[in-house]
Write a protein that binds this ligand. Sequence first.
Ligand code: SF4
Length: 251
Amino acid sequence: MNAVVFEIGKFATHDGPGIRTVVFLKGCPLRCTWCHSPESWKAEPEQYPDGTIVGKVMSSDEILAEVLKDKDFYEVSGGGLTVSGGEPLFRAEFLVELLAKAKAAGLSTAVETSGYAPPAAIEKVAAVCDLWLFDVKGLDPEKHRAHTRVDNAPILRNLRWLDAHGAKIVLRCPMIPGVNDFPANLAALGKLADELKGIERIDVEPYVPYGIDKARKLGLTVYEAPMPPPEYGSGVVSVLAKQTKKPVRLG
Ligand code: SF4
């Protein structure tokens, strides 16, 4: 099968254990106001005004061949393949095929996801995914809908299903000043992490304004706020760490 890849990041050290290659697939059903990769929203390749094409159709074999170029690094570091997006579960059948081939080649596998997918997609991918980097963008249903365009109920249902079926999970929490960093959300995140035994850690990911220029070039709109001060992320980490027994760190 084929999918549209908009980036392949080598030597990543923040997207799962060890040294990893991160494959970013185009296509996402969410529209997070703060998105730093709005070029991932459409599933098809597209073009910036300067003529640069974003997205390349690749087969799972082509992607795997690229990923395996760094197999030596994965072996010494315990790393492997992480698939991100966009929303990689948007192409669940392709994702299963790619991860199954990676596992057959001896690689560890991770998926970074918003968790917004049909339950059947989660179940199929769970069979070939060693680690879930699972975004929880907010626990207030109305605010979640307002800032992502989708309900958080199916996301939380999928998270609980994964936990009940023994998945290893790192919660990834984008922190957007004035959007989801309020005390009630941090308290609810801490409570959720303590309820679910599969959650190994919470990564706090402070807002970065990297999507603004890309969105303008594509005629899209994202949250236009300045980079928060350097101490913002560590401040959120220390508040959240008081709300949970799970480790909390800057992602
Ligand atoms: S889920 Fe990720 S890629 Fe999709 S809109 Fe939200 S931040 Fe952007």
